[in-house]
Design a protein around this ligand. Sequence first.
Ligand code: GTP
Length: 241
Amino acid sequence: MIKRVLIKFSGEALANEDGHGINSNTLKYIASEIKPLTDNGVEVGLVVGGGNIIRGVNASKEGIIRRSSGDYMGMLATVINAVAIQEALEHFGLKVRVQSAIEMNEICEPFIVRRAIRHLEKGRIVVFAAGTGNPFFTTDTAATLRAVEIGASIIIKATKVDGVYDKDPQKYPDARKIPVLSYEEALKDNIKVMDDTAIALAKDNSLPIVVCNMFEEGNLYNIVVNEDFSRCSIVKDKESI
Ligand code: GTP
C-alpha cells in the first residue's frame, strides 16, 4: 500500500456538462473514491485545477487581461474548487484542511508545509489551493511541488483518460496507450502527460507520475491500496522500468 499520495484533479472534471461550474454529483463521486483510501490509513493530499471556472491562458488570449493577472484569477478559481471539495469530503465524514499558497485567512489556512504534514499524520486530507502562488505555473506543477514537499510516494493525475497515449486518443482512434514510460519520454512533444516544468520537477525527485481515469470506479483504490497499475500509465526513472 502507498502510505502518502498526492492526487491532482482537473478543474474541468468538476464541471457540469457545459464544461462550467461545479457538479455536486461529481463532488460526491470524488469523495466516495477518496474515502476508502483514508479508511485504509492512506495519507491523502489533493490539488484541484480551476479550468471549470477560468483558465489564465484563455482569459488573457484577447490581450485585455494580462497573462499574470489571468493566472492569478485561475489561482482564485482553484481556491473555490478546493472549498467545494472540502465541503464534499466533510459531508462524507472525512477530516479536511484547505491550505492556500496565497494567504486568505478568512477562507482557509495558509500553506505551511510542516503543518500540512502534521495534518496528514493525523489522518486529515489536505487540499492545496492557489497553485504555487505564482503566475506562469500550472496546477500540475503546483501538484508536483506539493507532492515532493510532503514526501508523497507518487503523484496521481486523475483525469478523463485512462493513461498516456502516443497521440490524443479523443482525436485519433489509432492512438496507442503507453503503460510505462520514462521522464525523458514524457518530455517528448507528442506526449502530453504534464507540462515540462512539472515533469522536470518529478524527474529531479524521482517522483513517479501515475495517470488514470478518475471516472473508473475503484481506480484510485486499486492504484493506491493494491499498488495495481494495470489500468493506468506510470512515468518513472528509466532504471526502474
Ligand atoms: P491541530 O493543531 O492538530 O489541532 O490542527 P487543527 O487544524 O485542528 O487546529 P487549528 O486550531 O489550527 O484549526 C482549527 C480549525 O481552524 C481548522 O478547521 C483549520 O482549518 C481552521 N484554521 C486554522 N488556521 C486557519 C486560518 O488561518 N484561516 C482559516 N480560515 N482557518 C484556519
